[in-house]
Each structure stands twice: as C-alpha cells, then as structure tokens.
Design a protein around this ligand. Structure first.
Ligand code: PGA
Length: 253
C-alpha cells in the first residue's frame, strides 16, 4: 500500500507568531478529528523548523519537512542549509526541485541530483517536484518534458534509493493561479510518471512510490483529484496557510 500524503508548502510566508498559530490550529484539529492513514507534513521556512517540531511533538501522523536543502555536505557556503542540519532539527522530509526554485534560482536537473543525494544520505525523504510550464502543455509535449526531468535527475539512483522518494507533479500553470489541472489531467500524468519509473525500476518499485499532485489544490477539488488511482495525495501551497482548508484537504481521501 502506498502512503497517502498531504504536505503543506508554506513557501516564504508566516512570521513567528503566525507560523505558531497555524501549526497549533492544525495540531488541535487533527487531535480532535484523527485522520486515518494519511501522513500530514508541514514544510515551513527553515527558521520555523524548531518551533514547529516542538508543537507537533507527540502527534503521530504529522511530520516535519523543509522546502529546500543544500547540494553540499557542510562548510563555507554562506546562507545555505544542509540536509544534515535539517535532520538534526527533526525534519523527515525535504522538498527538492520546486518549480519556483528551478525558475527563480536556476536549479538544474544536475543540481537536483546532488540535493537528492544529500537528502538521502542524511535520512531525509525527498519530495521531488516535477512539472511543465504552460507552453509545453499547450504544445502537448508535457509527458516527455516531465519524463526528461525525472530521467535526468533521478535515474542514476539505485532501486533502494528511488523507493525512498516521494514525487510531486506540479504543473507550473496551476501553481498559485487558481487554475487546477482536471482530475483526468492529473491522473494521466501520474500514470505516465509511474509507467516511466516502472520502465527503469520495474513495476513493483513504481507501485510503491507515492505521487502527489500540486497546483491550486483546495478543499473543493481535493476529493475529486485524490480519488484517482495514481494520485496519492497533494503538495499544497496557498491552502496550507489556512488551517481549516489544509485539514479539510487532508480529510479528502
Ligand atoms: P499552490 O502551490 O497550492 O498555491 O498552487 C502549490 C505548490 O507550489 O507547491
């Protein structure tokens, strides 16, 4: 059985008190309305990791993640944060290759391989993001585009390593735009991703890997999207900043 996951990506939002309030509200709701069989992951900015970790302590199905990590182990890299540090602060997951980092910080497929290596060697589960821009979708070459992202960054990993990943499919045209992929578009791409993983690692391995959908996911569309066979949950941006919406999404399976 693949893990069902709802991960909140706060991006660069929340001052100290806002982040604490958001986390406490989520924790209280999940204590009151236990969500069975769904892993809820909070991915706040680095400065919140320690505080959020304390607030979620003891709540079984909530875990901590980060939004990025360095491709280097340690040393003179001012402003960077290593995967080892994240692990030492209690993070279990790390988002790698979000489209905002690919486009605004020029993160290449090669660099993302290095970040994924760092995450894995420090015991973190990478939530590896892929997804196409609008012009690629309109040209109907989106499957090839996403497959190439995965091949170039990930296909050097072993079967044991790849099994540890979570993949997030996030069509760039749907991120923060209010425009969601239809559940059929999501399912088609998720199935294509799984088939691609299967072509390299075999079906049994591909069947074990959770593939999340991201892009304007909200309580009103999560149920329909999560009902699809190859959609194992969501990576949630905007709606993860509203406790009620985020927990409602986690309850949408
Ligand atoms: P969104 O962001 O839910 O605000 O569209 C998703 C993401 O970027 O992870």
């Amino acid at each position: 059985m693949r893990k069902k996951i709802v991960a909140g990506n706060w991006k660069m939002n929340c001052l100290l008190e806002e982040g604490q309030k958001l986390t406490s509200e989520i924790v209280n709701m999940i204590k009151d309305e236990p969500i069975k069989d769904v892993k809820v992951i909070l991915n706040p900015p680095f400065v919140h990791l320690h505080g959020v970790k304390k607030l979620i302590a003891g709540v079984d199905n909530i875990a901590l993640g980060a939004q990025n990590c360095s491709d280097k182990e340690a040393g003179a890299y001012t402003g960077e944060t290593s995967a080892a540090m994240l692990a030492s602060f209690g993070a279990e997951y790390v988002i790698i290759g979000h489209s905002e980092r690919r486009s605004m910080f020029n993160e290449s497929n090669e660099l993302l391989t290095e970040k994924t290596k760092q995450a894995l060697s420090n015991g973190l589960t990478p939530i590896f993001c892929c997804g196409e821009p609008l012009e690629i979708r309109e040209a109907d070459t989106h499957e090839d585009y996403v497959k190439a992202q995965l091949t170039e960054s990930l296909f050097g990993f072993s079967e044991e390593e790849i099994k540890k990943l979570v993949i997030a499919y996030e069509p760039i045209w749907a991120i923060g735009t209010g425009k969601t992929a239809s559940s059929e578009q999501a399912q088609d791409m998720h199935a294509a991703i799984r088939k691609h993983l299967s072509s390299k690692y075999g079906e049994a391995v591909a069947e074990e890997i959770s593939i999340l959908y991201g892009g304007s996911c909200k309580p009103s569309n999560a149920k329909e999207i999560f009902s699809k066979a190859d959609v194992d949950g969501g990576l949630i941006g905007g709606a993860s900043l509203k406790s009620r919406d985020f927990v409602d999404i986690a309850e949408s399976f």
